[in-house]
Each structure stands twice: as structure tokens, then as C-alpha cells.
Design a protein around this ligand. Structure first.
Ligand code: 3HC
Length: 311
């Protein structure tokens, strides 16, 4: 890459111009976007499993229909994001292989078990709530295809968050046992939701370049704080208690101060030693093997059609 091209690229990003697939971009910009967008896609696809486990056990037809729609949406988000990642030059097969071989990451949050129906509420409310905080700024990402995919994703996420919060509200206002279920789910999903935003800024290896290239508009800690400030009052509104004895409101700063996050747990989970990592990957690998015949059929059909065209 020559200096003039790099300078022109930096100026375009500084001027808030969108970078498109055929534009010049530094190899490192292409690499970090391929990494982030494909891992985002992997997260959406793996994220179908924890919720998928409860579709057949939803307490009513209405709840089942909403959960089914949400899981189908997650799959669609994954496909938009693989399509966006492919515009950077790596094939979908290669991206999927990186997931199946364990080389690529997916969001830590999906390595926790969904033990009761209340977990469907906690996931919609907290996990999709956190995802919205993270994805709205990505609508203004400097890379065109990613930003456009995010605009479509964000429209559906608000429904996901609302249906989750409604489940929690219904349970919290139900019998004592239902309220206890909601409280238990909050206790188990709160801290892993805070970890979703990534390591503390001081330990974030990509933030400097991602912020300079306007991929990341806010730091991990800034978005985490926005999420806590928005979510604590929602928990109070439905009469649930946050599992953080150090949580206090800092009047002067206007922020909720929270306790220490267990980064050792986070490290273990992204190293593959979380509660469900092996199950999630085994299920994903089996789905890939079970779907091999569909890929072969599609390839044979495409070859036959191409041969007919040239005949
Ligand atoms: N889970 C797994 N890995 C994580 C992580 C998490 N929660 N947070 C950070 N990491 C990894 C990073 O990928 C990076 O490792 P890598 O170099 O192998 O990719 C390392 O930890 C250092 O973290 P950084 O902060 O330096 O990395 P980033 O600058 O990429 O920031 C991020 C991390 C904020 C997650 C950013 O990648 C991002 O915004 N990604 C897009 C959003 C996303 O992936 N969301 C996943 C949630 S799934 C979802 O939203 C579905 C919803 O519908 C429920």
C-alpha cells in the first residue's frame, strides 16, 4: 500500500465517507472487518441454539410464535452478516470452516445454559438489549455493507428485546414461584450480559484501530455503561433485584456504578471452557454434516445448469 493511497483512505474515513467493497482499503482494515463481521454472523447462528431449545416448550401459542419468529430472525441476521463479510473477499465456506475448526470466535453469551422458560425473557431483555446498544452505533460503521446490514438487523432487534421484557414483566407480576423464576434468570444472565461488550478498554486489543477507522463508535466500557444505565431502572420497574451488591447510583455522574466483573470467567468462556461451548459446537458441526447433501445437490444443480447454458 503506498502512502498516498493510505492518506486518501484515512481522509475519506475522517470525512465520514462510506468505504465500499471495490474501494481501496488497507489490508488491516479488511482483516479486522472480516474478523468482526464473520464472528458477529457466527454469534447469530450459534445464538439460535439456546433459544431454540425452548420453542417446543413455550407456555402458550403466542409465546411459541414470538420465539419462533425471533430464532428465525437470528438466522436471517447471520446470513446478512455472512453476505457482508464475503464482500471483503473471504468465501462463506472459509468463514464457516473457521467457526467449525474453532479458529473463529462467537459471542461468549451463547455458552450459558437456558434452564427455565424465564431464560427466554432474560435473553430477549438483556442479551438483545445489549446487542441493540452495540449494533445501533454499527449502523454508522465506515464500511458500507456492514452498516447497511446493521440497519436491517436493528429494526428486528427492538421486537426481540420487547418480547423478552414482556415475558419477564409477566413472570415478575405472576405467582411467587414465577417471580422467583424471573429473579433466578436475572441472577444468571446479568453478569454474562455485561461481558458481551468485550474486555475493559485497557485490555481491548482492537479498540484503538477500530475507533480510528470508525468501525467502533464507542468503546466497550462506554457501551457497557449505557446498557447498565438503561437496564437497571427496567429491573426495578418489574420489582427484580440486580445480582450486584455494589450497584449504586452516582448522582453527580448520573451513572449506575456496578461491581467487579469476573474477567477470569470471561477468559475461560472465550477459551472454550464455558458451561455449553462443547454442546454448542457439537450441535453446529452436526448441523453442518447433516446439511452436506443440500450443499452437494445445490452444487450439482448449478453445474448442470451452467453446462446446459454452454451446450
Ligand atoms: N465474546 C467472544 N469474544 C469476544 C467478546 C465476546 N463477548 N468480546 C470480545 N471478544 C474477543 C474479540 O473478538 C477479540 O478477539 P479476536 O481478536 O480473536 O477477534 C478479543 O476478545 C479482544 O476484544 P476487543 O474488544 O479488542 O475486540 P473488538 O474490538 O472486536 O470488540 C466486540 C468486541 C465489541 C464484540 C466487537 O467485535 C463487536 O462489536 N462485534 C459486533 C457485535 C457482535 O459480535 N455481537 C455479538 C452478540 S450476538 C448478537 O448480537 C445476536 C443478538 O441478536 C442476540
Amino acid at each position: 500500500e503506498d502512502a498516498a493511497q493510505l492518506a486518501r483512505f484515512e481522509a475519506r474515513v475522517a470525512d465520514e465517507e462510506r468505504i465500499e467493497p471495490n474501494d481501496f482499503m488497507p489490508a488491516a482494515y479488511r482483516r479486522t472487518l472480516t474478523r468482526q463481521i464473520s464472528q458477529h454472523a457466527h454469534s447469530e447462528i450459534i445464538g439460535m441454539q439456546p433459544e431454540g431449545n425452548w420453542i417446543t416448550r413455550a407456555p402458550s401459542l403466542r409465546r411459541k410464535a414470538a420465539l419462533l419468529a425471533k430464532v428465525q430472525d437470528e438466522c436471517g441476521h447471520g446470513l446478512y452478516l455472512y453476505a457482508a463479510a464475503e464482500t471483503l473477499g473471504t468465501s462463506r465456506e472459509e468463514l464457516v470452516e473457521q467457526l467449525l475448526s474453532g479458529k473463529a470466535k462467537y459471542s461468549s453469551i451463547f455458552n450459558y445454559p437456558t434452564l427455565t422458560w424465564a431464560d427466554m425473557g432474560a435473553i430477549g431483555w438483556l442479551v438483545d438489549g445489549a446487542a441493540i446498544m452495540n449494533q445501533i452505533p454499527l449502523c454508522r460503521c465506515s464500511y458500507g455493507p456492514y452498516a447497511r446490514a446493521m440497519i436491517r438487523v436493528c429494526k428486528e432487534e427492538s421486537f426481540h428485546q420487547r418480547q423478552g421484557y414482556e415475558i419477564m414483566l409477566t413472570l415478575a407480576r405472576g405467582t411467587a414461584e414465577q417471580k422467583e423464576m424471573a429473579q433466578d434468570a436475572l441472577n444468571r444472565w446479568w453478569w454474562p450480559s455485561l461481558m458481551m461488550f468485550g474486555p475493559p478498554d485497557a485490555a481491548s486489543s482492537h479498540s484503538d484501530s477500530s475507533m480510528r477507522w470508525k468501525i467502533k463508535r464507542f468503546s466497550n466500557d462506554e457501551l457497557r455503561q449505557k446498557f447498565v444505565d438503561a437496564t437497571v431502572p427496567q429491573a426495578h420497574f418489574i420489582g427484580l433485584t440486580l445480582p450486584d451488591p455494589d450497584l449504586t447510583f452516582d448522582e453527580a455522574a448520573g451513572h449506575w456504578r456496578y461491581g467487579t466483573i469476573d474477567w477470569e470467567e470471561f477468559k475461560q468462556v472465550i477459551a472454550g471452557n464455558g458451561p455449553c461451548n462443547r454442546d454448542r459446537m457439537a450441535t453446529r458441526r452436526k448441523a453442518h454434516e447433516d446439511g452436506a447433501w443440500v450443499r452437494e445437490a445445490a452444487r450439482a444443480f448449478a453445474e448442470k445448469r451452467a453446462a446446459a447454458k454452454t451446450a
